[in-house]
Design a protein around this ligand. Structure first.
Ligand code: IPD
Length: 288
């Protein structure tokens, strides 16, 4: 389900080129954060609370992505988690999360990612944009997951020249809520977490089980490859969501928000179509 947008989608040749750049940039930044990870990470600053850790590597990864994007696509905009945004003139914006799963990264738990997407519309205004190409690198597994509109969703090893090893992604066919494995996540603010925990007391008895992996981007990849059946979370941002959105869609799933609208802060649900319509209402009382 796409969000309304006035901006034109690039033709398939340009989309294919953008997808290749998404893969290249996500892999480059993913290798960087994995290979350069210091033994003891410094905390550059805190955002909303002490648990929302912004590491030095988060900023260095975003700087690296900025440089790569500006060199290859000087007319495009950039929106990133660390906030050094660029206004473009092309109508395309790169939406980047330099490390998604920051807390996992901090603790050296191998479930973190770099998420790079190209979107049309204004990604700072929910409901006005949609991703057209994206890639999520999973540096711990040395994999990259990618898609562009209309061309399927794929996973391959991060090494260049491994195109033969591409695997096409497909969401799970599970449509029974009671048999569904549901990934979710929590915000950083304790009042938000309290409400999210309250919602889970109602959801948990209804599903097979819950997973909290700690990276929204990897949660979305898991929906796309069918290794979880659904994902639902409130409070996530465009950079957590953008690449995973197009990857799930191209794997045959839907990514929706509250009342079937565009996904975003109020709610993001990803699953096969039949399951998404059952999961979304369970989270509608959850507020970011
Ligand atoms: C967070 C992760 C986490 C999700 C949070 C996000 P960050 O992103 O994706 O899984 O539950 O809502 O903020 O801070 O690690 O980039």
């Amino acid at each position: 389900m796409g969000a309304p947008t006035a901006a034109p989608v690039p033709d398939d040749d340009e989309l294919a080129a953008l997808e290749r750049l998404c893969v290249e940039f996500a892999v480059t930044a993913g290798r960087f954060i994995r290979d350069e990870r210091p033994d003891r990470l410094g905390v550059a600053q805190t955002k909303s609370t002490d648990t929302d850790v912004v590491t030095v590597m988060d900023r260095r990864s975003e700087d690296l992505l900025h440089g790569l994007i500006l060199e290859a696509r000087p007319d495009d905009g950039i929106l990133g988690e660390e906030g050094a945004d660029v206004t473009g003139t092309s109508g395309l914006t790169w939406v980047i999360d330099p490390i998604d799963g920051t807390v996992n990264y901090l603790y050296d738990i191998p479930a973190y990612a770099v998420s790079v997407a190209v979107v049309v519309g204004d990604p700072s205004r929910e409901g006005t944009w949609k991703p057209v190409a994206g890639a999520i690198s999973d540096p711990s597994l040395r994999l990259v997951h990618h898609a562009r509109e209309g061309a399927g969703a794929w996973t391959r090893p991060e090494e260049v020249g491994e195109a033969a090893a591409q695997r096409r992604l497909a969401v799970s066919s599970e449509h029974r809520l009671g048999r569904s494995l549901l990934a979710t996540g929590f915000g950083y603010a304790s009042d938000v977490r309290a409400r999210q925990a309250e919602v889970l007391t109602r959801v948990l008895p209804l599903v097979r089980d819950i997973r909290r992996i700690g990276s929204a981007a990897l949660d979305l990849v898991r929906v796309a490859d069918g290794s979880v059946d659904a994902y639902a979370e409130s409070g996530i941002n465009a950079w957590d969501l953008a690449a995973g959105w197009v990857i799930v869609q191209e794997a045959g799933g839907v990514v929706v928000g509250r009342d079937g609208g565009a996904p975003g802060k109020a709610l993001t649900v990803a699953a096969g179509p039949a399951l998404a319509t059952q999961v979304a209402p369970l989270f509608t009382t959850e507020r970011a």
